[in-house]
Design a binder for this molecule. Structure first.
Ligand code: NDP
Length: 294
């Protein structure tokens, strides 16, 4: 068997088409474009590249991106003050804190400060509020990366209800929220992590296997059930090449469908982030949209 390969670019294009129309209606109704503020510090190359990609893609669809650079060696109070200012700024509709930030700033702190100061603009759904809503199975802003995985599965027509989904990875921004999304879609979900004993015993049972560990070639062909659907989030550089967590060539001979790296979840993630921003912006101007607000 040779697996169908998911086309992340095509899925992203269809989301972008919708986003561009919504951005245009929003700008006409409100008199200003939907606007994302990105708070960042440091010079992590991957995050600089991601930011450049966001800026280009958003601007092309009529969304303004404002860069908010924190001073060198920012501390908690600097981040809190910046988030509070953005929370009060009515021209900003979504706030993204670009991770990683230099220590001592970490995801838990960013989540807490976002909850306290800019909760209504939490475009990546990292605040305790959105995390809690998601865990309760209620409508929430969901982090863009796991939501992109679900979009790929839906676009590929993968049945989820009653299927066994195995998620390898339990980070707060990826593995955990994706497990919640799959649960909401009525899958039976197993979450594996670095302390899981005999990982292959679980992955071989998966109808849907999600690799979100950041370990190249973690998932080999003999760890996959024939016909399974594989979503690979891994971004790893090996010998100057970008690879996922799945041994793509071996696994595509066993699986029924597989997402490639690059070209799988990555492009969909940026488009979903823009859609999250429109969801937030339209809450301020509900008359700009025909879709129900959350
Ligand atoms: P983290 O490092 O925060 O989490 C990795 C998770 O994988 C942890 O839960 C860890 O377990 C688990 N893990 C690590 N090694 C193993 C192993 N050998 N067996 C089983 N589980 C293991 O990473 P992220 O969640 O932030 O990212 C995961 C990957 O996704 C990375 O490659 C990242 O670059 C990529 N990514 C892709 C995005 C996209 O748009 N496609 C966006 C964001 C990230 P434990 O909890 O026990 O430590």
């Amino acid at each position: 068997m040779t697996a169908t390969v998911f086309d992340g670019g095509a899925v992203a294009r269809s989301i972008w088409n919708d986003v561009a129309l919504r951005a245009q209606s929003f700008a006409v109704a409100s008199g200003s474009p939907p606007t994302l503020a990105v708070v960042r510090a440091g010079d992590d190359p991957a995050s600089v590249a991601y930011l450049r990609q966001i800026d280009r893609a958003f601007t092309a669809r009529g969304i303004e991106v404002r860069l908010e650079s924190l001073p060198d060696a920012p501390d908690e109070s600097a981040l809190a003050a910046r988030l509070a200012a953005l929370g009060d700024d009515s021209s900003v509709h979504g706030v993204l804190v670009q991770l990683p930030l230099p220590p001592p700033l970490n995801l838990a702190l960013v989540s807490d400060l976002t909850t306290d100061h800019a909760g209504a603009k939490d475009v990546e759904g990292i605040s305790a509020t959105h995390t809690g809503l998601l865990c309760q199975g209620r409508p929430a802003i969901v982090p863009s990366t796991p939501l992109a995985g679900l979009e790929l599965l839906r676009a590929g027509g993968t049945p989820l209800a009653g299927r066994h989904a195995v998620v390898v990875g339990r980070s707060a921004i990826l593995g955990r929220p994706l497990a919640q999304l799959l649960l909401q879609a009525d899958a039976t979900v197993t979450v594996c992590h670095s302390q899981t004993r005999d990982l292959a015993r679980f992955t071989r049972q998966a109808d849907i296997l999600v690799a979100a560990a950041g370990r190249p070639a973690l998932i080999s062909g003999d760890m996959v059930k024939p016909g399974a659907t594989i979503i690979d989030f891994g971004i790893n550089e090996v010998d100057g090449r970008l690879v996922g967590d799945v041994d793509f060539e071996a696994v595509r001979e066993v699986a029924g469908a597989i997402s490639p790296v690059p070209g799988g979840t990555g492009p969909v993630t940026t488009a979903v982030l823009a859609r999250n921003l429109l969801d937030l912006a339209e809450r301020h101007f509900p008359e700009t949209t025909t879709r129900p607000t959350m």
